[in-house]
Design a protein around this ligand. Sequence first.
Ligand SMILES: [Cu+2]
Length: 120
Amino acid sequence: MHARRWLFSAAFAASVLGLVSAAAQDQGQVREFTVTGDHYAFSPASIQVNRNDLVKITFTARDIPHSLTIDGPYRISKRAGAGQTVTLEFRADQAGEHPFYCNLSQDAKCKDMKGILTVR
Ligand SMILES: [Cu+2]
């Protein structure tokens, strides 16, 4: 009787541990990036993460105001004034290559600002 109860507990503990580690893998990792917008370019212009990572981007516009904008499926956009820093935070739950750009129209050359977020 005791042996059977012990076996049951051991099996239960093992299945809970299995669930916990599966959940931890599924949640991904926290990935932090520092991106600058300067002279109509992003640096770095490519960011690579794994699906389900929690992405934190600290974005600074050096010379003039810029935005860091990612369209669907993420639909996230933050504008930084000249010399200012903003942060973007999102779960990278959609795989693929997602372009990011500056959506400000004040300066025509801002449309040359392009980057790629790759989610594997
Ligand atoms: Cu810009």
